[in-house]
Design a protein around this ligand. Structure first.
Ligand SMILES: *Cc1c(COP(=O)(O)O)cnc(C)c1O
Length: 566
């Protein structure tokens, strides 16, 4: 265990997440949840927080998206090779799955801050020769397969993760369950805390539930009902057997289904949502549990374009670790900021040309939209009224770049991708492109090279969203429905613009009308006719959003409000 020895001298917080977006070459992420975990790890390293991250190896990634001539998403595996990026750790642990012993080998990735400190990330892998072929594939594809496959993955993450940490000699002060996916870890801890029952005294539990609650904190990430894992007890028992007795499990995870969110809430001392509005929504869903708020943040040094970062380096050499320095954005000369932005924009224009053949003009505003292609995010809302859209572009031109993947079984999301492609083909007078296979690398180009970052989910379903923060770090102006983090970051006409008002009619008709009206009367005129004011807004958004919606602030809040015990 020589590989991890240097991490064993202090008690650590173990952050469990199905996905962690570590780097472009490691396909251990699918989307926002993974990038959030990655940014949490990057800031934990910057701040030298005593943490260890636990996730799956996902050797075949999540999905590799190709788009055929008809706009259909073709999804295939997206392999990467742990050998190239991580170190095998000389320890294996086993969990029981369907009565078989399934061995788990961890890989170690050491995530290093540019400032020096590093945090260990353990990638759990069942693809070892000791395992039955059925079990070697458990950790291959992120979120793949049916409910049973999902249970197996979550057992490897939760139960396997706890055992791996123990086997390696980690002392864990607090476990952070990043989403309900990780909730099996609390059962592994329960199993460890079996009570010596005092005969004759009735107790609901055979376990020291209190001791486990003291060790766990939980972050919920979605107000969408389908986003919460619910498993049938028959499936769970067929796969894990009696990790704890069924009657006891039902008391913790619900009478009819094993609800992973419920389990996590019952076995955590602290629970939070990822933006204020989301915490309010979650509080209504789970009235019996206090739900706090830690609004998400993104890692500024990762998402800010180097040309813009250089401007801050001149002003404040240590800005990347003293993000309050971003409040000095006012002192950046207009021409320098515009030149840096145009450099980022030319890189996006080049990427669009090289991947899609579409020619874009760096002097015409680019509207960027990139997120998971799924119903509530309404990626096709921009095309609600094509004639209106074309009329607006006829008066003041703009261009559109989109990207995003649909989950393999999200047929509505896939239909939206098809319809976006059909619109893009038929609208000849607005340059438009869809970049396939959205990834960290494409996100970096898009959030830096767009001018306007569009977001139009159905409120209150966007728990937080983070891509708008990444855009803001680059002076890209958010134009968004009031939901998630934007309710907190939005200052109208200063950091960006709203679509509709808080509580206004959320129908596609109403939101599309509000979007077209403001695009036409406010956003495009400002870009084309008042560049000085536009650049002033770019500085406002970098300063106000960068100094607050960063993952260093987020991790400091987790450290003082969730990890630190009163
Ligand atoms: C930031 C990011 C996301 C999350 O974007 P949302 O705004 O939360 O939808 C998803 N995928 C990638 C590659 C990202 O960088």
């Amino acid at each position: 265990m020589i590989e991890v020895a240097r991490y064993l001298s202090v008690n650590r917080i173990a952050y469990f997440s199905m996905e962690v977006g570590i780097r472009q070459e490691m396909h251990t992420y699918s989307g926002g949840l993974g990038l959030l975990a990655g940014d949490a790890a990057r800031s934990a390293a910057d701040l030298d927080l005593p943490m260890v991250f636990v996730t799956l190896a996902s050797r075949e990634g999540s999905i590799k998206q190709q788009i055929d001539a008809d706009g259909n998403q073709i999804d295939g595996p997206d392999p990467w090779n742990p050998e190239e990026w991580a170190t095998p750790v000389g320890a294996m642990v086993a969990v029981q799955i369907e009565g078989r012993q399934v061995w788990i080998r961890p890989w170690l990735y050491e995530l290093k801050s540019a400032r020096g400190p590093q945090v260990p990330v353990l990638l759990l892998d069942t693809n070892v020769p000791e395992n039955d072929p059925r079990d070697r594939i458990i950790t291959n594809r992120l979120y793949f397969g049916d409910q049973k496959d999902r249970i197996k993955q979550e057992v490897v993450l939760g139960v396997g993760g706890v055992r791996v940490l123990r086997a390696l000699g980690f002392t864990i002060d607090t476990y952070h369950l990043n989403e309900g996916h990780a909730a099996f870890l609390s059962l592994a801890l329960l199993d460890h805390h079996r009570l010596n029952r005092i005969p004759g005294i009735p107790e609901p539990f055979d376990y020291d539930v209190h001791a486990v609650r003291e060790k766990c904190v939980f972050t919920t990430h979605t107000p969408v009902e389908a986003g919460h894992d619910r498993f049938s007890y028959d499936d769970v028992r067929a796969i894990v057997g009696d990790l704890i007795e069924l009657d006891q499990l039902k008391l913790l995870a619900g009478p009819d289904h094993l609800n992973m969110t419920q389990l996590a809430l019952n076995l955590s001392r602290y629970a939070n949502g990822v933006a204020r509005r989301h915490a309010e929504t979650a509080q209504k869903m789970f009235p019996a549990y206090p739900i706090r708020t830690v609004t998400n943040g993104a890692h500024v040094p990762t998402w800010m374009h180097p040309a813009i970062a250089d401007l801050f380096k001149t002003l404040a050499p240590h800005w990347a670790y003293e993000l309050e320095d971003l409040l000095k954005a006012d002192q950046v000369p207009d021409e320098a900021l515009w030149a840096a932005h145009q450099q980022a924009k030319r890189e996006l224009v080049d990427l669009v040309r090289d991947t899609t053949g579409v020619a874009m003009d760096p002097d015409v505003p680019v509207i960027g939209f990139a997120r998971r292609m799924t119903g509530y995010k309404r990626p096709d809302l921009l095309f609600h009224d094509i004639e209106r859209l074309r009329a607006i572009a006829g008066r003041r031109p703009f261009q559109v770049v989109m990207a995003g993947k649909a989950h393999p079984r999200d047929f509505e999301g896939k239909a939206m991708i098809r319809s976006i492609h059909a619109h893009m083909r038929s609208i000849k007078d607005i340059p438009m492109a869809f970049l396939p296979n959205y990834s960290i690398a494409i996100a970096k180009r898009l959030v830096a090279g767009s001018d306007v970052w569009l977001n139009n989910p159905v409120p209150p379903l966007e728990a937080s969203g983070t891509s708008g923060m990444k855009a803001a770090f680059n002076g890209v102006l958010n134009f968004s429905v009031l939901d998630g983090w934007w309710l907190e970051g939005w200052v109208e006409g200063v950091t960006g613009w709203s679509i509709g008002s808080d509580g206004s009619d959320p129908s596609p008709e109403a939101h599309a009308a509000a979007m077209y009206a403001k695009l036409e009367s406010t956003v495009l005129p400002l870009y084309h006719e008042d560049r000085a004011r536009w650049i002033w807004m770019m500085k406002q958004t970098i300063a106000k959003i960068g100094a607050v919606f960063n993952s260093a602030r987020m991790m400091r809040r987790y450290a003082t409000e969730a990890y630190l015990r009163a």
